[in-house]
Design a protein around this ligand. Structure first.
Ligand code: FEO
Length: 401
């Protein structure tokens, strides 16, 4: 059965939701599912903007067929070729033999790599090209590395709709509510939107900044992303979030304590630090056990907050492996401009603090590692209290600068 929503005059959401997939890209947990958004414009010519993941193809095809109501599909605009959007391209070509694909040279190259038969079906566009579909005239804007090199966005100059590809997307399936003003985004969606952005596109902040600059020059009224809600009000709210994330500026002053503990002693010390920070007036403190928190959540929180405390046991004379993985992920996603405090533990040959400092200072960009450090030998005791107080004071003092 078809399941569509009207976006604005002549434009419809024809995407689908996936609540069965547990790991997006087979790596990021999506307990709330994900939506694959596709949009159909019914102008003098009919135009489909992107497709969906293969897993959602049946629903998608029913939606398209219903709205076309016997009309041919003239164009398929592909803004992004990653298979969560591009996997159903060939099925569309098979069912609609006159459809032409509009996309970039790189996207066509990728389609061939994925084994699609597209010869004779291509219409290549470049930055700034325009095309009229009747009443609607669109402009194509390249958006390389947001989030693949072939990506573009399409702006409909007639109604101010921006088909933004992965940009402005979010994890989370749509439960009937399509628009941002139909949900409480700041309460129910922002954490998944941040986790989506930071883990999927976080590495490419400068490219997102370039796209935001281009977007600043056009009068956008509606943003139609490829995942999550469509934006038709309060665009500034989400643009501001994107401004922070893509420039690696924290959203909030606050402390994220990430601890690696084997028998609970490092966790206990991390708890003491959290309590001291709160007592000293910094109540925006969150604690995460690195071993049982998926790293995608840790990355998201690291992008949100200004301060990170890394508390790690020493393991095989190195950093605890799961903590090391978190560090490598932060580096891979280009996180920078954070203040970091270090707590180390080791029953003998305590090394993790020195190694974490070296990683932060030598492998990452613009990380301010506080001089104050707490070293524990097996478990915290009263002798550690002065260093613990100094660590808490150092964190608070660094916020006042
Ligand atoms: Fe939602 Fe980069 O694909």
């Amino acid at each position: 059965m078809h399941c569509v929503r009207k976006v604005t005059e002549n434009l419809y959401w024809v995407g689908a939701n996936d609540r069965r997939l547990s790991l997006f890209e087979n790596i990021h947990p999506i307990p709330r599912g994900v939506s694959y958004n596709s949009y159909l414009l019914l102008d003098k010519q009919t135009v489909l903007f992107d497709t969906v993941d293969w897993s959602a193809c049946r629903q998608f095809l029913e939606n398209v067929e219903y709205l076309l109501d016997g009309r041919p599909l003239d164009y398929l605009v592909i803004n992004h070729m990653e298979p969560d959007h591009g996997a159903s391209i060939e099925e569309i070509l098979l069912r609609y033999p006159k459809t032409k694909i509009i996309s970039t040279e790189k996207a066509f190259m990728l389609m061939r790599q994925f084994g699609f038969h597209i010869d004779g079906r291509m219409e290549e566009v470049q930055e700034g090209d325009t095309k009229s579909f009747g009443k609607h005239v669109v402009t194509f804007v390249s958006a390389p590395m947001v989030h693949w090199p072939e990506a573009m966005v399409t702006f409909d100059t007639t109604n101010g709709v921006l088909f933004s590809a992965d940009a402005f997307g979010s994890f989370g399936a749509l439960d009937g509510k399509l628009f941002n003003d139909e949900v409480n985004f700041d309460r129910d969606w922002i954490d998944d939107a941040r986790r989506y952005y930071t883990n999927i596109v976080g590495k490419y902040g400068p490219h997102v900044q370039a796209l935001l600059k281009k977007a600043g020059g056009i009068d956008i009224k509606i943003i139609c992303p490829l995942h999550g809600p469509v934006w038709r009000t309060d665009l500034g709210y989400f643009l501001d979030k994107y401004g922070h994330w893509s420039s690696y500026e924290p959203e909030e002053q606050g402390v994220m304590i990430v601890y690696a503990t084997m028998y609970g002693n490092t966790e206990s010390a991390a708890g003491v630090l959290a309590a001291k920070l709160v007592e000293k007036g910094m109540t925006n403190v969150v604690m995460y056990d690195v071993s049982n928190t998926h790293v995608s959540y840790l990355i998201s929180e690291a992008f949100r907050l200004s301060h990170i405390v890394l508390a790690s046991v020493t393991y095989n004379l190195g950093i605890y492996p799961v903590m090391h993985n978190f560090l490598m992920d932060m580096k891979a996603l280009n996180l920078q401009k954070r203040t970091v405090a270090i707590m180390e533990n080791g029953s003998w040959a305590c090394k993790s603090g020195t190694l974490m400092r070296e990683f932060l200072e030598n492998e990452m960009k613009d990380m301010n590692v506080l001089e104050e450090k707490l070293t524990l030998n097996s478990a915290m005791n009263a002798d550690n209290l002065p260093d613990m107080d100094a660590l808490a004071d150092g964190i608070i003092a660094s916020m006042k600068k």
